[in-house]
Design a protein around this ligand. Structure first.
Ligand code: SAM
Length: 313
């Protein structure tokens, strides 16, 4: 069965494409625009792909995090597509407005100031609303600082977690990091330069000074550089090397070593808990184990409750 649908490419001019569908004949909106989620360079304009240029030229509207910022990119490639702003303070109302335009047949490109929209950037609400409204989406993949940094870090890439920015308040940051203490996957953080010292301090304190880590700075730009070592090394260096604090940066930390440390700690805690109160057992285990104290405390509670279920208490 053939279905008449709006053509799938930017610049669709109102003609229909015939699309094979199976099952009963259904009526679809023939004039719905597409929402393109478009990655833009994180520093080097040479990373702007031909397809991105063509799409930004062809769509009816560009939704930009900061229209003045994106204007410079459009000027660079000689494009004068109309823009509207979509940022964290207006995303809710703007999303409804943009979805209505998409439903009215206007194709829209979503861009942020740099990199991939939605990745520590606005766009999530718009994408969710567009999907809920049955709008078709297309991704134009490209630069993303987290992935660029991971690709050169030399830390395991088979599994990783992206934490975005750490909380600014120390207490909330501690809680966030404590939840990551046993995370076995490589962890990626975005770091604001003025917070580098305080954040490295918290990360080293909670995840461990001896964890391998990499700080990747100014990716794709003239002063691109990266530093590797342990978290302790990076912390020490950041106190003496002022260039380390300049520009944009991504911090990557190796995941916690898995099972060996935990099983060794379990054996020790099991033995100690048969003779000693929980707090003393954890204090003694913390002197010999590489694991953080709160991890040992949680393990001790678990062992104690398993033992009581098994009638060993
Ligand atoms: N959406 C972007 C992306 O895809 O990477 C991230 C936007 S977020 C608001 C900005 C943060 O990304 C910066 O504070 C920095 O941590 C990281 N970042 C962006 N560009 C970078 C670059 N060229 N080098 C290193 N880090 C960068």
């Amino acid at each position: 069965m053939l279905e008449r649908r709006a053509g799938g490419e930017a610049g669709w001019n109102g003609e229909y494409a015939l699309v094979e569908v199976s099952g009963v004949e259904k009526t679809v909106s023939t004039e719905t625009g597409l929402l393109y989620v478009v990655a833009t360079p994180i520093g080097n304009l040479g990373d702007l792909s031909t397809r991105v240029g063509e799409t930004l030229r062809a769509v009816g509207l560009i939704a930009a995090e900061d229209t003045r910022h994106t204007q410079r990119l459009l000027d660079h490639i000689g494009i004068d597509t109309p823009m509207i702003s979509l940022h964290e303070h207006n995303e809710r109302e703007r999303s409804d407005d943009i979805v209505r335009r998409l439903q009215g047949g206007v194709s829209v490109a979503l861009v942020s100031d740099a990199g991939t929209p939605l990745i520590s950037d606005p766009g999530f609400r718009l994408v969710r609303s567009a999907r809920a409204a049955g709008i078709e989406l297309r991704s134009l993949p490209g630069p993303c600082a987290a992935v660029a940094a991971l690709s050169i870090a030399g830390l395991p890439t088979d599994r990783f977690v992206f934490e975005g920015f750490l909380a600014q308040k120390e207490g909330a940051r501690r809680t966030q990091l404590e939840a990551l203490a046993n995370e076995p996957r490589t962890i990626i953080f975005y770091v604001a330069p003025r917070r580098l010292a305080a954040e490295l301090q918290s990360v080293a304190e909670i995840l461990g000074h001896d964890r391998p880590a990499v700080l990747a700075r100014e990716l794709t730009k003239v002063f691109e550089s990266s530093y590797d070592g342990t978290l302790g090394d990076l912390l020490e260096r950041c106190h003496v090397d002022s260039s380390m604090h300049k520009g944009e940066m991504v911090l990557l930390v190796a995941g916690a070593e898995e099972s060996d440390d935990i099983s060794a700690a379990d054996v020790l805690l099991n033995a100690l808990l048969t003779e000693l109160p929980l707090k003393t057992a954890v204090d003694i285990a913390a002197r010999t184990s590489k694991l953080p104290r709160n991890t040992l405390y949680k393990r001790a509670l678990e062992i104690q409750s398993e033992n009581s279920v098994n009638g060993q208490e």
